[in-house]
Design a protein around this ligand. Sequence first.
Ligand code: ADP
Length: 361
Amino acid sequence: MTNRHDPATEKSRLHAIIEALPTGVLVTNAQGSVVLMNPALKQQIGLPDNMETGQAVGNYIPDDNLCKLILEISQGRPSDFDAMAPYEFPAAHEKFLQARCRPVRGAARECLGAVITIEDITAMKVIDRLKNEFVAKVSHELRSPLSTIHEQLAAVLSDMMGGAPSTDTHLLSRAKEKTQGLISLIGDLLDLSRIESGAVCTTPKPVMLEDLLENIIAFLNARAAVKHLRLTFEPPDEALPPVQADPLALESIFGNLVTNAINYTAEGGHIDVRLYRAGMDLKVEVIDNGFGIESRHLDKIFERFYRVKTVKTRYVTGTGLGLPIVKGLLDVLGGRISVASAPGQGSTFTVWLPAAAPHAS
Ligand code: ADP
């Protein structure tokens, strides 16, 4: 016969399991004194490793409300209590912890104390905060153009009532422009959320970058011509391998970069797109002699909604989501991007993409 059910063995096994648990565990008796706590709990709360049990719970837990709750549950108040909503509290080193407490009941359902588990929810809190900030920014970006459209339509309506429709065409065309901006914004937001949920670049195939860039430039040349910009492509001086990627993702990356170069370069300027081999990567440079960007903005332009506001850029419409989309796509494709720029001189955006392995088909 084995000693599998021997109470002493069982108890030491249970003890070893509780000691090893990554979740913090604390147990009190009916007087609210701590009778057990594991290393994870000491670490979460910042208690010394050698701190012994035996004292009132308030000497261990740094949050007064939680201590009060634990005491009440330990003492069986209220008697029918069996579940408490998770309780969140801040701890040392900017940590956020979440506690759950349950009464420990004996055979006759009498209360013997309480068991408390504690989880570190700091990462969740950070994500939550970022999500809230994002929703606030999106709401702001949607609300201001919608309010303008609302005012413009209201003015047209009142003109119609008063029989003075002279400025209506202008107002309606401004309202139409704003709705176009909103449609672009929502399209970019949907693209970003698809990138972040991993729903892009799921079917990569070998793409010859030279052909793809030539097509994009041919397409955008019409837009460049309106501003009398010279948009050129310098093909590589050697045969280059393909890249293994989703062609739509590549079109979005280079379409965004060349469109930005067109938007942020004054009439008569020039934009040059160059393609090279750089070791195991292919390197594309989009060079313009446009407005340029001050160095203090350079690491921020890849953040969502960040737009540099100067006298020159204020009339350029945009969403502030183009570069975050480019960066997100490059992250998925294993590529990277950098920017060099000087105000009044222009900008160079450089993209590196891994070349496809020779056997890729
Ligand atoms: P959008 O162009 O819609 O504003 P982006 O995310 O594409 O958004 O770009 C963010 C900001 O970076 C732009 O608002 C602009 O201030 C700056 N920027 C991007 N590309 C260039 C460029 N080629 N030259 C100068 N400024 C640029």
